[in-house]
Design a protein. Sequence first.
Length: 329
Amino acid sequence: MPIRALVYGLGVEVNLPIAALGALPEPEHIDVEIRMGALPSALAPGLTEPRQAWYVSPELNEDGEPNLRVSRLLETGDFHFEYDDGTRFQVDAAGTRVWATWNETATVEDTATYLLGPILGFLLRLRGITCLHASAVAVEGRAILLVGPAGAGKSTTAAAFAQLGYAVITDDVAALDEVGDAFLIRPAYPRVRLWPPSVTSLFGSPDALPRLTPTWEKRFLGLGRPGFAFQGEPLPLGAIYFLGPRSDDPLAPQVQPMTQGRGMMTLVSDTYTTRLLGRDLRALEFEVLGRLVASVPLRAVTPGQELARVGAMCTAILEDFARLLEPGA
């Protein structure tokens, strides 16, 4: 039976259950139809369709093959994703339909890890929605955005905020809505993905949280469990905190102002699926980011060297944000 859910501000209909979407509200209308377990007939095994190479991942697997290849079908303009583990997606050019297949050793939930991250992130970009590699939490009715490169600790910090009682809006993909002079952060789904070292640091043991799938070591914090919360409504963006490299400076963690120029350069490198965009969408992205850095405070965060210090970093961010909210700040 198909499921319907509101995720990243989109009404999606999926033909198979996906656990992460199960607790989300039903949308008023459907924006995206997702067909798990099938590709369009033109791409069925043994058949091909004329296409052009669009993107090849510079990251290679242990056999020296790219982790991802993307091509564009010449007749329809659809985008075809081929991951090195046999998972395949097709996204139509309008960002309204998605198809997916996987090999016999994978599951729907394995495939959903791609779907809920890079695939829907790319689909949002096709629809003109700028997305950042970021997590966001709700503080005082506003969204705090946690930005940084892979491994910077965005998800770990979001989970630490969740432990302190703050609702999480999104993890990994932050979709922006520009409304007048403000930016809103669209809610994703009620999970935070964490690697075992982060789970151990925050919860005492890697087994304290369930695996995303039986075939993967990564775990997830379900925001529906007692003591945790998911922010299911969009919130206006209050500030952006850029997580930098960890430091053994005894004063760390530290929070300092960041210039618009530096913030712009950092955001350009941290937008989602940028390398898959055409020229027009890249130009739109640049304009949106320029308005973004001019509209909200930007802060550079220097985390402490020890992962266990993430709680102190949350406190430093909260104290800084409280000062930003003061009248005349």
